[in-house]
Design a protein around this ligand. Structure first.
Ligand code: ATP
Length: 244
């Protein structure tokens, strides 16, 4: 099990405090949700915990290890994988190559010039089959639909076998059928393999049906946390969304 928590995490951009004194803990082995109105600091929070940007103050902990100033690469090695809101695949590489690059990025040996091993190719094909993209392994990533690219990005993140997976708007811009496939995959990876998820998502129906535990941000800070039904009936959450 891998526990992600923060203590007093803070980050400003110019005069805007995007993430303000955030101390939260996510639940091991569960699907955690992070929701909040536009601009409430969710993506900045993701970027802070994955080492993409540095906090002004505060700490990020994986289990009891302080990973606050670690590089994204080192944090990935500690078991934390992620996808991006706007999806990051290599457009001119094939689907299979995208999967293998993901492995190489996490392994120094291969960065220094190795060719992907047979075992990696087999594993890549297994993941592609699990996300339903195996028939497209030779296609260039840019020829996939946006939803398929998101599935590819998720499959590539899974090549590193992360214990904890952060998904930034997995359903954003994705059609309902692919959204359902992504949701099924998250459930399966969570229930069968015990992987922990942290999902930022604007699709409330999906968040409420997928997540066990939800943290709600407003103006850079958590204002509520609990089960979907607890959060849904919380007055502060309703006010934040209605902008009252
Ligand atoms: N690189 C940046 N430079 C300047 N301001 C930024 C930067 N990144 C984020 N912000 C500001 O920080 C605040 C939080 O933004 P952030 O993108 O983290 O929110 P969010 O909850 O992910 O929003 P959304 O739901 O729209 O994706 C916003 O006011 C945003 O304008």
């Amino acid at each position: 099990m891998t526990t992600l928590s923060t203590r007093g995490l803070t980050r400003s951009f110019g005069g805007v405090v995007a993430v303000s004194d955030v101390s939260v803990a996510f639940l091991d082995g569960k699907v955690n949700g992070l929701i909040g109105p536009n601009g409430s600091g969710k993506t900045t929070f993701f970027n802070l915990v994955t080492g993409m940007i540095r906090p002004d103050s505060g700490r990020v902990l994986i289990d009891s290890t302080d990973v606050t100033r670690w590089s994204p690469h080192r944090i990935a090695h500690a078991g934390l994988g992620r996808t991006f809101q706007l999806c990051r695949v290599f457009p001119r590489m094939s689907v299979l190559e995208n999967m293998l690059v993901a492995v190489r990025r996490t392994r120094l040996r291969e960065l220094l010039g190795g060719v992907a091993g047979r075992a990696d190719v087999l594993r890549a094909r297994e993941w592609l089959a699990r996300v339903g993209l195996d028939h497209l392994e030779r296609a260039e990533a840019r020829d996939l639909s946006f939803g398929q690219q998101k599935l590819l990005e998720l499959a590539a993140a899974l090549m590193a076998e992360p214990a904890l997976v952060l998904l930034d708007e997995p359903a954003g811009g994705v059609n309902p059928a692919l959204t359902e496939r992504i949701a099924d995959l998250v459930r399966e990876l969570n229930v069968r393999e015990g992987r922990t998820f942290l999902v930022v998502e604007h699709n409330m129906e999906l968040v409420m049906s997928l997540c066990d535990h939800i943290v709600v941000f407003d103006r850079g800070s958590p204002i509520a946390a609990g089960t979907p039904s607890e959060v849904r009936s919380d007055q502060r959450v309703l006010e934040a969304y209605l902008g009252v």
